[in-house]
Design a protein around this ligand. Sequence first.
Ligand SMILES: Cc1cc2nc3c(=O)[nH]c(=O)nc-3n(C[C@H](O)[C@H](O)[C@H](O)COP(=O)(O)OP(=O)(O)OC[C@H]3O[C@@H](n4cnc5c(N)ncnc54)[C@H](O)[C@@H]3O)c2cc1C
Ligand code: SF4
Length: 488
Amino acid sequence: MADPKGFLKYERELPKTRKPEERVKDYKEIYKDFSSKKTVHQAARCMDCGVPFCHNGCPLGNVIPEFNDAVYQEDWKLAFEILSSTNNFPEFTGRICPAPCEQACVLGINQPPVAIEHIEKTIAEVAFEKGYIRPQPPRIRSGKKVAVVGSGPAGLAAAAQLNKAGHTVTVFERNDKIGGLLRYGIPDFKLEKWVIERRVALMEAEGIRFRTNADVGNNIEPAELMEAYDALVLCGGATIPRDLPVPGRALDGVHFAMEFLEQNNRRVAQEMIPLSDLIHASDKNVLVIGGGDTGADCVGTSNRHKAHSVTQIELLSKPPSERDSFNWPNWPMILRTSSSHEEGCDRQWAILTKEFVGDEKGMLKAVKIVDIEWAKDKKTGRFSFQEISDTEREIPCELALLAIGFVHPQLEGMLEKLGIEVDERGNVKDDAYQTNLDKVFVAGDMRRGQSLVVWAIAEGREAARKVDEYLMDSSMLEARDMGMLELG
Ligand SMILES: Cc1cc2nc3c(=O)[nH]c(=O)nc-3n(C[C@H](O)[C@H](O)[C@H](O)COP(=O)(O)OP(=O)(O)OC[C@H]3O[C@@H](n4cnc5c(N)ncnc54)[C@H](O)[C@@H]3O)c2cc1C
Ligand code: SF4
């Protein structure tokens, strides 16, 4: 166990962030340095609980008390070995995971929880710095070939695990760069892209082949992959955004969040965007529709563009700021203020968008909104809303960004050509990661719908184990009991 009195001696402490007015001038990560000694103190707060709820809360089943103890002993190599036994990419989750483990931490019942996510990031970065992370190609190859379609966290985790098992893996990615939403969704101020490149270089050195601009179902026939490979793992994500079909949707200035975020990540990566395609918030009144994390990313990006004003609206009512103590160890539905909100944003709840209003040239100039009231139906228990009379109003807006989620994976192309069955929500139907087709498996958002990076990694690992069992009749790859708490 780490220090038995650690949680009494040390307060939860995280690295300080750069000042909002300073950090909006660039796209670099917002955190300042934090000494590893301080991280050791944070690990000392872990109580090594008899029933470590943190471990249950983590979709990957990270062995948290053990790596906390190793950090406390300053045995960073051991800490990394423990962490990497369940998580292929702690450098990603240590930066951008909403950390369901921390919400499940026992200390969180009456104190701030252990800073697990920060400890994880530090272990990963110390391991890179000290050279504990090196390419580890498999000693023996199985002679089996696996195609992974999609290079987001699910595809990367599946590829890493299958390669470790000795199979020859090729990752097909339709984009020009590897990473999925890590690369083109999540902004650089949350995840700088060198972090992905460092990992991809390692995976290449371990023998994994990456083929970019390879759109399966478009410029690559799925039938060719079925012919050439012993198994396929589909990790194409849930890429179809939810639309808002109200009057004026077609006006110039109304965009899906991902159109805006992807283009911005490309600009940050020094790619040239034709002026006619540019979606820029500079000097505009920006309205972000949708109160979730994608919306928050639009807020942070708009502030970096020097928008005139940024407003974020949400259909649901404002959540409570404090957690209900009965809710522990589940994921609490509380008000979350991200670093992007701290940089400046007017947040409003219980608002319905009625119409996009344009000028005579077809350019967006305002959005008509109305306040709503939510009520629970006594008979059905379902919530529904009603508009509040006399609250309809227009707010000036020249750029509206739709950040209201994703409906399902793209069906046309690869899925339709292969004849993959989908469920009632449009996600790929599976039985323990196997689709309706022999030798075709699925993982990540394409299977479970829009979720989290940590879930994508967990699913990629599990699917890889199923593929390994399918190819070899048994598997040495680590298993995770996925029947535990489903958080996030
Ligand atoms: C803006 C935004 C911010 C987010 N921020 C966070 C966050 O901070 N923390 C967090 O935990 N989660 C976050 N998420 C969610 C998280 O990014 C996703 O849950 C996760 O990336 C899903 O991983 P995946 O591998 O299943 O799919 P994706 O990351 O979507 O990757 C799928 C890949 O497959 C490729 N592809 C699709 N079809 C084909 C085809 N036919 N041929 C070849 N390639 C194909 C796509 O181009 C893409 O690269 C965010 C999501 C968005 C949209
Ligand atoms: S629940 Fe919290 S205190 Fe307990 S073992 Fe996990 S991290 Fe440590």
